[in-house]
Design a protein around this ligand. Structure first.
Ligand SMILES: [Zn+2]
Length: 97
């Protein structure tokens, strides 16, 4: 008699919940898309804030008067190590070799 007890309950619950979902889903989806699009731009601001902290750790000094930045290896070197100048900038003797 246990099967007779379960069968009527299951069919009643399923038919009610499925009908309710079918009516609600279309309205919920159309409304949710607009809300998510509006929220997403604000959510991307947090990763950008973390990157600003990384910049504080890496201190980039501009080349001194007697130094230059090689356009090939991007290392700052003494001007005596310039092999030749290009339109983009100076190239050190190591990169020119
Ligand atoms: Zn170089």
């Amino acid at each position: 008699m246990a099967t007779d007890y379960d069968a009527p309950r299951k069919s009643d619950d399923d038919s009610e919940s499925i009908e309710a979902l079918k009516e609600r889903v279309p309205d919920k989806l159309s409304g949710a898309v607009d809300v998510e699009d509006a929220d997403n731009p604000g959510g991307f601001d947090l990763p950008g804030a973390d990157l600003s902290d990384l910049d504080l750790d890496v201190v980039v000094l501009p080349p001194q008067a007697d130094e230059f930045t090689c356009v090939e290896c991007f290392l700052v070197k003494h001007r005596s190590l310039i092999d030749h100048e290009t339109k983009l900038g100076a190239i050190c003797v190591e990169c020119a070799a």
